[in-house]
Design a protein around this ligand. Structure first.
Ligand SMILES: [Ca+2]
Ligand SMILES: [Ca+2]
Ligand SMILES: [Ca+2]
Length: 278
């Protein structure tokens, strides 16, 4: 405003001191009107500035508020995430503890079972060892008793072979008398059931009666225990029933086929058999 007034005064001075011609000056009312107008504009600008300043302050506050809110939200979100992570960590830790405890429990059970099995195995091993000792002792005792009785029966004229005892006579007599002697001794004339028994019988190298006869029915040979003849060891051409031969004897000793049918009244040695068990 001051510069404006200065320009107006300079303008007035230049006009008066110049050509001296007459110039028309603005009136005071016009000048006041412009000044009022300027004053009003200035006031309005001031108000607008103040409003802008207020708005700026408000925006600044809102920004700060929002910034604070954002910070709070970020902190809250971070706290939530951190809480979730802690929860997951705690859950995992609890799971690990449970698994570890369960593993320890199963391990302890297995250890207990293993210990019990080891004890049972040791007990069984001890029992087995004791039973083995008892078995060996019994075996030794049985062998001793068998040897003892074998000596006794040998003194009585008996020998043991494959579950039977055998007696061979030292004199000769008929088939019937031979059988009567065997029965009186608790046995009977030998019944040859196997090749081994046949081989055993011929080793005595004597003509001996055996417990085989066809006296009940000619040609139908039976053993004295009532069983039929299945496997036989007849000499070639025997039995021939020459002169009513109804009793069997061992006639040869150097070959497996050694039997002959003979008259029962002929005197022969004989072999008795007594089985250990029927
Ligand atoms: Ca026999
Ligand atoms: Ca005959
Ligand atoms: Ca004959």
């Amino acid at each position: 405003m001051t510069s404006t007034f200065r320009c107006e005064e300079e303008f007035l001075q230049s006009c008066c001191s110049g050509s001296g011609s007459a110039v028309s000056l603005p009136s005071d009312s016009t000048h006041n009107s412009e000044r009022d107008h300027l004053q009003t504009s200035y006031t309005n600008l001031t108000k607008e500035r103040d409003q802008l300043q207020t708005s700026n302050n408000n925006l600044t506050k809102e920004r700060d508020s929002l910034h604070t809110g954002v910070k709070k939200s970020s902190c809250r979100a971070a706290a939530v995430v951190l809480g979730l992570l802690c929860l997951l960590l705690l859950t995992g830790l609890i799971t690990l503890v449970c698994l570890f405890s369960k593993g320890n429990s199963e391990r302890d059970q297995l250890q207990t079972s293993y210990t019990n099995l080891t004890k049972e195995r040791d007990q069984l091993q001890t029992s087995y060892t004791n039973l083995t000792k008892e078995r060996d002792q019994l075996q030794t005792r049985v062998e001793y008793i068998l040897n003892y009785f074998q000596k006794i029966i040998q003194e009585l004229g008996w020998v043991y072979f494959y579950h039977s005892f055998y007696y061979t006579s030292s004199n000769r007599t008929s088939w019937q008398q031979s059988r009567a002697d065997c029965l009186q001794r608790g046995g009977d004339l030998i019944v040859i059931n196997s090749k081994e028994e046949q081989d055993f019988a011929i080793q005595f190298q004597r003509c001996t009666w055996i417990g085989l006869t066809d006296g009940e029915a000619e040609g139908i040979w039976k053993w004295v225990d009532g069983t039929a003849l299945n496997t036989s060891y007849w000499l070639n051409g025997e039995p021939n029933d020459l002169e009513r031969e109804d009793c069997a004897e061992i006639a040869l000793f150097d070959k497996e086929t050694s039997w002959n049918d003979q008259s029962c009244i002929v005197d022969n040695f004989w072999i008795c058999e007594k089985m250990m068990a029927p």
